[in-house]
Write a protein that binds this ligand. Structure first.
Ligand code: 5AD
Ligand code: SF4
Length: 482
């Protein structure tokens, strides 16, 4: 079976049909070709580099892609001067696409110097037809293009590229499949993302995600729990449950399970210390979930609750399915149950038709809720979404003015709010050595605020007690407690 001279057709006829066995078959075949390439090129090792754009879903996907590349035999390299360069792209806003096109020219210049180099593109941007057409036409030097639904196929696609010696393009429109048990690598030894669901069914009118990530699909609680137990066995103490809308987890399973029930089950995994999750859609955040968070010792007191706009009129056109009043009531309810909760949000400025009055309502909600932090975005028109066809696009000048005002407000509030735990002792997960000052470690509180404190690197990955001496706006300076 490991005959390097097997033709592409022969290999296809030998490949198992079922997954993940099929991918392990292609991983082995790629291993052989790689050994051969090493000899021919005289290189001791062949390297890879992955650049990840966008959200935590993409970061987690990149860890899976890295796992496959390492299983094939590639060694990680920290710049794009590598033998296999993969861009895992994002398309949520137009500027993310522009960045990718900008960097492709540079990759081409590297490829001219390295005849063994392969360039692969995947992720959300590749799910857009015009993008793939443009790359096929104007960026012929790209070797492999795949999308969001078939990342598990990387070894098979690479094998096809190596054997057929032409550009391989494999984009799926959608999928109902979730392939489990492929190799994966983790960026951090002590914390990890865990996908609980894929896709989104909400169709907020500005958002391209439902078109590029497909319909909502949940993993079974059994698969999720097994993965988490395995991670904990490997030394992970903190997990981040990932989904575009975790509050609607489990609705499409054969035996429906709510997100709150899942959280309660995960809470019982021994050795796991912290549980985070994102993203929550306000319309689906249940009382049951608030209760589960309140009753758990492990679920961190942090909620990322995207507001998008404070104007009920704009929220309706955005298809968010809640009003300003409902959002404020929800915040009130959460704060009553969990007083020390930290709230963060996403806000879009300049959605089509947004007036000065609408924007002032957003500012009003920001002032009322007093978010710990807010990610602010200028509305970006995404082809294919309902909002792209809306007239009354807001002028650039008005958008800039509103964006600056919102940012000022958000910054002022968060510098006040973030200091609220000063002069208390808090549990901190020590995450990394601070690059700026020798002897300092950087860690995070349960509510996600950063803390710098003196300590040595043996503490990394451990949860330690730290006294918060001073608040410096967005972070604390602290002292380790014995
Ligand atoms: N323009 C600007 N921001 C957007 N987001 C999603 N789509 C767009 C768009 N077209 C923002 C939303 C979302 C975050 C991940 O990105 O605020 O919550
Ligand atoms: Fe996009 Fe709305 Fe789905 Fe979030 S919930 S991914 S904003 S469609």
């Amino acid at each position: 079976m490991n005959d390097i001279n097997m033709t592409y057709e022969e290999a296809l006829s030998h490949a198992p049909q079922e997954e993940p066995a099929r991918q392990y078959f292609f991983i082995e075949r790629c291993q052989d070709i790689l050994e051969n390439l090493k000899e021919v090129s005289g290189k001791e090792q062949l390297t890879f580099h992955i650049a990840t754009f966008g959200c935590q879903m993409n970061s987690r996907d990149s860890e899976k892609l890295q796992g496959i590349l390492e299983a094939i035999g590639f060694v990680e390299h920290d710049t794009e001067e590598a033998d296999f360069v993969l861009y895992n792209t994002c398309t949520v806003r137009e500027n993310a696409n522009d960045r990718v096109y900008g960097r492709l020219g540079y990759l081409n210049s590297l490829k001219k110097k390295n005849p063994y180099m392969m360039i692969a593109l995947c992720g959300c941007m590749m799910q857009e037809e015009e993008v793939v057409a443009k790359i096929k036409k104007s960026y012929r030097f790209v070797d492999i293009i795949f999308g969001t639904h078939n990342i598990f196929k990387l070894a098979e696609l690479m094998y096809e590229r190596l054997e057929e010696k032409k550009m391989v393009v494999d984009i799926w429109e959608g999928t109902d499949r979730i392939v489990e048990d492929l190799p994966t690598e983790r960026k951090y030894s002590f914390k990890s993302g865990v996908n609980i669901m894929f896709g989104c069914n909400n169709f907020c009118s500005y958002c391209i995600v439902p078109y590029v990530r497909g319909r909502e699909r949940s993993r079974s609680p059994k698969d999720i729990l097994e993965e988490i137990k395995q991670l904990v066995n490997d030394g992970v103490v903190e997990i981040m449950l990932l989904g575009q809308n975790v509050n609607s987890y489990g609705k499409t399973l054969d035996t429906p399970v709510s997100f709150a029930e899942l959280l309660t089950q995960i809470d019982q995994v021994e050795g796991l210390e912290r549980i985070r999750f994102m993203t929550s859609h306000p319309k689906d955040l249940s009382d049951e979930l608030i209760k589960a968070m309140k009753n758990s010792k492990k679920v961190c007191h942090h909620l990322h609750l995207p507001l998008q706009s404070g104007s009920s009129r704009i929220l309706k056109v955005m298809n968010r399915k809640y009003t300003k009043e409902q959002y404020l009531e929800l915040v009130e309810k959460i704060r009553t149950a969990i007083p020390d909760i930290s709230l963060t949000t996403d806000i879009i400025v300049g959605f089509p038709g947004e007036t000065e009055e609408d924007f002032n309502e957003t500012l009003e909600v920001v002032r009322k809720v007093r978010f710990d932090s807010a990610f602010t975005f200028i509305y970006s028109k995404r082809t294919g979404t309902p909002a792209a066809k809306m007239e009354e696009q807001v002028s650039e000048e008005a958008i800039k003015n509103r964006f600056d005002r919102l940012l000022d407000e958000v910054k002022n509030i968060s510098s006040e709010v973030c200091g609220r735990e000063v002069h208390t002792v808090q549990k901190v997960l020590a995450e990394e050595v601070n690059d700026h000052e020798e002897g300092l470690l950087t860690g995070r509180l349960g509510n996600n605020t950063t803390v710098h404190f003196k300590g040595d690197s043996s503490l990394i990955g451990k949860i330690v007690d730290v006294y918060l001496d001073e608040s410096r706006g967005f972070y604390y300076m602290g002292t380790l407690r014995p």
